[in-house]
Design a protein around this ligand. Structure first.
Ligand code: 5GP
Ligand code: ZN
Length: 112
């Protein structure tokens, strides 16, 4: 399968790692939208949150928990944002489930 984020998780395409374990990989976004902007992906290919099923629930919780843990390590105590873009209307451009973690500046609402 020709998936950019699978290749990044496998180390076939270089990236700047932020965290990794046997289930997930976190790395800096190539086009950061905030002073801190990294992505958390499962090593397993799941196209988006829409394709995740009951067997992925623990994995999804782990991704969120790691988002918070890295945010704490990076000193984002004043707040940050965790985003999942899903499908065409959600603005997803890479079809491998990922969480964006953005921080280091005040975010606006509503999103575009
Ligand atoms: P989406 O729009 O699917 O929610 O987010 C995809 C994200 O992946 C974008 O923020 C984009 O900057 C990032 N991205 C796309 N290609 C690469 C890449 O080759 N390396 C890294 N580190 N990030 C990428
Ligand atoms: Zn993939």
């Amino acid at each position: 399968m020709d998936c950019l984020f699978c290749k990044i998780a496998e180390g076939k395409i270089p990236s700047k790692p932020v965290f990794q374990d046997h289930r997930i990989y976190a790395f800096a976004d190539i086009h950061p939208q905030a002073p801190v902007h990294f992505l958390i992906i499962p090593r397993e290919h799941i196209a988006s949150l829409h394709e995740a099923d009951e067997s992925h629930r623990e994995l999804l919780g782990h991704m969120l928990g790691v988002a918070a843990e890295i945010a704490r390590q990076k000193g984002l105590g004043n707040g940050y944002r965790v985003v999942a873009n899903i499908g065409p209307d959600g603005g997803q451009t890479v079809d491998h489930l990922h969480l964006h973690v953005l921080g280091g500046r005040a975010m606006t609402w509503p999103p575009g």
